[in-house]
Design a protein around this ligand. Structure first.
Ligand SMILES: Nc1ncnc2c1ncn2[C@@H]1O[C@H](COP(=O)(O)OP(=O)(O)OP(=O)(O)O)[C@@H](O)[C@H]1O
Length: 480
């Protein structure tokens, strides 16, 4: 071994340099290449590569950048938690001059599931804005893209799945490293390392280095001494599969020590997927019975704070459900495509809607000098009626109050495209106006003169027509 490479982690030393160094993942490779070739003429300006740890997501992007001469602007979750971090990346990406003399660039945001929507100030929202405005392809990676806090990113990106690497894929890479390092490797030791890594090639390479570097050989005995069994977390899909296919109560119960889901999330995932796994109606009823009993315990925990009850809830959700398949035992082992719980999706959507309503209420409260509660109970319902019945008035009110487009959509419901179209026209006209500052009165006159408004029946009519000549109407006057 050349001395300059001593102590370099092998995951760096043997990082794939070209696409042909990436084992497996052909489908993902083709999808990413295809998308890059078409960029910017793509449906979504970002990709979200997801899959288990150490299966080649980051390596693939790096290999493409290397092979096709892209400058890679690469950042890890810990580097882009705040809005300002993302803005810095955007500035670097948009500068014409590349520090490496390469003209094409890719932004790689690694491990986006490491950012928390709540704690990290505006990180996710800033990524969304970056993707909306980007002049450079944006690629993100995540292990668990179904984390509720990543919903926004799932919506703005095309999802590309990476598969867990098979044992033979991993053996191929480890044997190659053994040859390059001139190591004599026992096949049994390699098998032991692979088994322990559970598809994570990064972990397997690290273990190989720990057992082999400096010894000239990799033996099973040393592997067993140096490498203790590892606990790995299962994603929601693996968790469900492991619970449903358990033959013994202890086996199903043990899954909860290795899952990314907490007990509340597990309950929702099971609720959504029991009908997918169990086709026999009695088996399904038994499983739901177990889940509902678990739910009773979880409810009691919330009411009494008695966490000792959690073990019962967990036993019912795991062992209880695993052993519910009695009539059609084969169902337990059938491979199914599980669904993301609709209740989680709905809950996060409802929360977004509530937040938006509260933002509107705050804005109305300051503008109209009323309380937020009055805004919610007495003003917002009227605004909704106006926006929906008379999009023209709605657009003017929106402009007068300084509502955002999201707020307009919330108030206008089914008429949102009409209101938004008129709102944008008005905004453009206002901007084009030669006056640099428009008093609220002249702004009103201006709006009255220039709006082409649709009535509630959808017909075009010149809005606010002659009435505007008086120039006295207030923007917030709702009378027709
Ligand atoms: N498909 C693969 N082909 C070749 N090498 C791989 C592959 N997957 C992983 N590796 C090896 O494992 C190391 C880690 O891989 P990589 O960083 O690409 O994983 P990842 O999927 O991005 O993981 P994480 O989600 O934890 O970031 C790489 O340095 C590389 O040596």
């Amino acid at each position: 071994m050349s001395s300059q490479y001593r102590n370099i982690p092998w995951i760096i030393k043997y990082r794939p340099k070209t696409l042909s160094d990436i084992v497996n993942q052909d489908e993902a490779k083709n999808k990413v290449l295809e998308w890059l070739k078409k960029w910017p003429n793509v449906q979504r300006k970002a990709l979200l590569l997801y899959g288990p740890p150490g299966c080649g997501k980051t390596s693939l992007v790096e290999a493409i950048a290397n092979e096709f001469k892209y400058e890679l602007i690469e950042m890890n979750a810990s580097d882009f938690r705040r809005r300002s971090d993302i803005e810095r990346i955007a500035i670097r990406a948009s500068s014409m001059q590349s520090i490496f003399g390469k003209t094409r660039k890719i932004i790689l945001l690694d491990e986006v599931d490491g950012i928390s929507a709540k704690e990290d100030e505006g990180g996710i929202e800033a990524i969304k804005q970056l993707v909306e405005k980007t002049s450079v392809p944006v690629i993100m990676t995540a292990n668990n893209p179904y984390d509720p806090s990543l919903r926004v990113l799932r919506e703005i990106a095309e999802m590309v799945q990476f598969k867990k690497l098979s044992k033979s894929d991993m053996r191929m890479v480890l044997n190659k490293i053994c040859r390059a390092e001139n190591l004599r490797c026992d096949e049994e030791a390699i098998d032991y390392i692979i088994e322990r890594a559970e598809g994570d090639l990064r972990a397997a390479i690290n273990d190989l280095q720990a057992v082999g570097e400096g010894f000239g050989e990799v033996t099973l005995d040393r592997a067993k001494i140096l490498l203790r069994p590892r606990d790995k977390e299962k994603d929601p899909f693996e968790t469900l599969r492991a619970i449903f296919s358990s033959n013994y109560a202890w086996q199903a119960r043990a899954v909860t020590n290795q899952t990314q889901l907490d007990h509340e999330q597990l309950k929702l995932w099971l609720e959504e997927n029991i009908p997918i796994q169990y086709t026999d109606i009695e088996d399904m009823a038994r499983a739901f019975d177990m889940l509902s009993k678990a739910d009773v315990y979880l409810g009691r925990i919330v009411r009494t704070g008695d966490w000792d009850l959690l073990v019962y809830a967990i036993d019912l959700m795991t062992a209880g459900i695993a052993l519910s398949a009695k009539n059609n035992v084969k169902d337990k082992y059938r491979w199914n495509k599980y669904n993301f719980p609709r209740r989680i999706q709905l809950m996060s959507k409802l929360k977004d809607v509530r937040d938006l309503r509260d933002d509107i209420a705050k804005l109305l409260a300051t503008t109209l000098h009323i309380s937020s509660a009055t805004a919610i109970n007495d003003v917002i319902p009227f605004l909704r009626a106006i926006f929906q019945v008379s999009p023209g008035y709605g657009a003017k009110i929106a402009l007068g109050l300084g509502l955002s487009e999201k707020m307009i959509e919330f108030l206008a419901g089914a008429s949102k495209s009409d209101v938004l179209q008129m709102y944008r026209e008005l905004k453009k006209l206002l901007k084009a106006s030669s006056e640099t500052t428009i008093s609220s009165q002249s702004k009103t006159e201006f709006l009255g003169k220039s709006v082409s408004q649709k009535d509630s029946g959808g017909k075009e009519k010149k809005s606010e027509d002659r009435k505007s000549k008086t120039g006295t109407r207030d923007l917030l006057s709702f009378k027709k």
